[in-house]
Design a protein around this ligand. Structure first.
Ligand code: F6P
Length: 551
């Protein structure tokens, strides 16, 4: 037993039972599972809101699902979920509530953090965002010289960039097409340079997105953007900054110090984790792009899945199932990674967004009590839009030696404003999605290859072993609500896995060391300052860098 009264995960009888079950399944093949069980595809299909999920192409039986469900119960997933929704401080290392779900709850909800109902503040910020978004969209909000704003540049990094940038891309068809939206994150000056080089400062609005307002990349870029703006406008600061800079943050003091009018700050709270924040004020750039009504539709989509997660029974609970399937492969099949393969160009940044959500949450190796875990935790999450991937890395998915479970995502309808001439391409896109799920699962046997008259020496090369598991997620269209549903689905899937692995999914101490070392090394690059205790390899690289820069 540990401090919280729970046995270590790998000592739970439910864990051992899953291990035995895995041994019994041996080299089970999806072909066989489908042959043996004609009702499987229908039974292993779920509808959550507008999301249709087919998880029949997984290496599971009813028994597997039963045992995984028992593991979730033994691990206390439901209890931790309820504690999260109640506002308890389940982020134990930072002693914080985890209440991103309050950001999309109805205005009438009562959700408390530290005894205070957070809903009124959430609604008031949403209203303030809506008024601001309307003013920018309509041209009522003017720049310093009286011109209307044509381009919005969001400056932020991590959760203050990936969410809005991904969602802007996903919902492009719903955006104000006469405006431009750009996202700057990298401290590499090239990022800001390329984002602003063709812009008129008089028509540009910067949104500085940073929960802490201390993140070096963001503050450096924001400072450079302010210099660019003021020199472009020939202005001094003050009024010009007020018309061209707004902030999204929890840190009013730092925002004011930077010179942004606190009236132009959109607040959120420390109970919203960075990677869970794009439905907070951090989504302001998206709200300007799609308008506040669409933004609210997206929030309703999130909320729908929140409710499903809290109420659906074990075997109909999509986030729970997806989380447990990941545990099945990661802990019992030795899978190291998970591919997310959207068959939608608009989801081109979706997997990058999920990388932070999943890997920053569950890339941990000590449990909630600080013991080193003896089980695998979060997978490497990767992937790009499907058809492009097919001509790049799918070879390894099909015939490589690694088991890589994958999610295939697609939509029945192309976006509403697609040129009519391009609409027929949509069937071809979706045919690829369905074909890949089929090929990955069922492969092609040596006999099938021979039957095509292939020379015997080529048979092994042209054989597809199959047995590669996938989940297919299908919706009618990629609307704001569907995007909200998808994100909430993945958020809660990550939650389930962290709960079973007994890790704190809501801190991110692993990003700190690099930040500290970069600060220490920078003076060595710039002025050749001595860095005490620098290792020989890094010292050599610093010296080489300085020599190459002629210093
Ligand atoms: O360094 C990691 C991180 O703290 C992320 O968790 C966060 O999303 C990102 O940096 C940006 O932080 P901030 O919004 O405070 O600038």
């Amino acid at each position: 037993m540990n401090a919280e009264g729970r046995s270590r995960l790998d000592q739970l009888p439910e864990w051992t039972a899953l291990g035995k079950h895995r041994e019994q399944l041996g080299k089970v093949h999806l072909r066989e599972l489908f042959e043996r069980d004609p009702g499987r595809a229908e039974r292993y299909t779920l509808q959550v809101g507008e999301l249709h999920l087919d998880y029949s192409k997984h290496l599971v039986t009813d028994e597997t699902l039963r045992l995984l469900g028992e593991l979730a119960t033994a691990a206390g997933v439901a209890e931790l979920r309820d504690a999260m929704f109640r506002g308890e401080k389940i982020n134990i290392t930072e002693q914080r509530s985890v209440l991103h779900t309050a950001l999309r709850a109805p205005g009438s909800a009562v959700i408390k953090s530290d005894g205070e109902n957070v809903t009124p503040a959430v609604q008031s910020v949403l209203t303030k965002m809506g008024t601001f978004a309307d003013r920018v969209r309509s041209g009522d909000w003017k720049g310093h010289t009286g011109k209307r704003i044509k381009t919005v540049v969001n400056i932020g990094i991590g959760g203050s960039d990936l969410g809005p940038a991904m969602a802007f891309e996903a919902l492009r068809a719903y955006t104000h097409r006469d405006m431009q939206f750009r996202f700057v994150s990298n401290v590499d000056g090239a990022d800001l340079h390329e984002a602003v080089r063709d812009l008129d400062p008089a028509e540009t609005l910067f949104i500085i997105a940073s929960k802490t307002f201390t993140t070096i990349e963001t503050i450096t870029n924001a400072t450079s953007a302010r210099d660019w703006l003021l020199s472009g406008l020939g202005a001094e600061g003050g009024a010009a900054v007020a018309q061209h800079f707004v902030a999204l943050s929890t840190n009013a003091e730092k925002v004011t110090e930077f010179g942004i009018n606190p009236d132009n700050m959109f607040e959120f709270w420390d109970w919203v984790g960075g990677r869970y924040s794009f439905d907070s004020a951090i989504g302001l750039s998206l709200m300007v792009a799609i308008g506040h009504e669409r933004f609210r539709e997206m929030l309703a989509g999130f909320h729908l899945v929140d409710e499903h997660f809290c109420s659906a029974p074990l075997h109909e609970n999509a986030p729970l199932l997806l989380g447990l399937l990941g545990i099945w492969y990661g802990n019992f099949w030795d899978a190291q990674s998970h591919a997310v393969l959207p068959y939608s160009h608009y989801l081109s940044k979706f997997t990058a967004y999920l990388q932070q959500l999943d890997m920053e949450s569950n890339g941990k190796s000590v449990d909630r009590e600080g013991h080193r875990v003896t089980w695998q935790t979060g997978p490497v999450v990767w992937g790009t839009p499907g058809t492009n991937g097919q001509h790049a890395y799918y070879q390894l998915l099909h015939q490589g030696t690694k088991l890589i479970p994958a999610d295939l995502l697609g939509f029945a309808e192309p976006v509403a404003d697609l040129q009519p001439g391009l609409v027929p391409q949509h069937d071809l896109l979706m045919a690829n999605l369905f074909a890949q799920g089929q090929a990955l699962a069922f492969g092609k046997t040596p006999d099938e290859v021979r039957a095509e008259g292939v020379a015997e020496e080529l048979v092994p090369h042209k054989t597809f072993p199959g047995n590669r598991p996938t989940t297919t997620i299908l919706a009618k269209e990629l609307s704001p609500s569907v995007l909200g549903q998808l994100i909430a689905l993945y958020e809660h899937k990550v939650f389930v896995q962290g709960a079973v692995w007994n890790i704190d999914s809501f801190d991110q101490w692993g990003v700190e060391l690099g930040k500290v070392l970069a600060k220490r090394v920078e003076p060595a690059l710039t002025d050749g300052a001595e860095v005490p205790g620098l290792d020989a390899s890094t010292a050599g690289l610093v010296a080489k860098y300085r020599a190459l820069r002629g210093r």
